[in-house]
Design a binder for this molecule. Sequence first.
Ligand SMILES: [Zn+2]
Length: 208
Amino acid sequence: MSTGYSATEPDEGKAVAARPGVDLAKIAEGVRLILEGIGEDTEREGLRRTPDRVAEMYAELTAGMREDPTQHVSPLPGDKHDEMVIVRDIHVASLCEHHLAPFVGRCHIAYIPKGGRILGLSKLARLAETFARRLQVQERLTSEIADTLYDGLKPVGVMVVIEAEHTCMSLRGVKKTGALTITSALRGGFRTDSRTRAEAMSLIRGRE
Ligand SMILES: [Zn+2]
């Protein structure tokens, strides 16, 4: 019998996996209140396990709150690369803190190393993920990634661009399906040198 968290749904009556720092029962109770509030029958077959499922989902979507993002910013030893590094199209999925609705898109991270300090490429994706798995606004998500990378790696410069679709916009209100919100954060050399900035932007845009 597995004791770890499983992506498959727990059986009826089986205790869900513990999530340190998260009160799953409290979230489930809140979801039950939402269901009652919209006039649903919380006992009908399709909804009986919904509060527990949603509680697990919110625990997962906010897991970054309980992680230290700086753990992903440790330079690879023995490297001496000083040219611009760009990782583009990192998938990000986050929750808008105004509506608790997902926003989903792509994150592009560029930096210019100093003193040969570079990061493993997967670390950039993990850094973005740690900040995305929190209640966010896209502007803060963008600047938190940039600041943590700039402060931790001490590179010449950092640029972070995020393009995302917000379901709180596309599902309701103005219903601008497909509209992308684009945010950027520039640090160091990317802020002061327009040619460096333009080079990074053209590499990021160099896709379909
Ligand atoms: Zn929103």
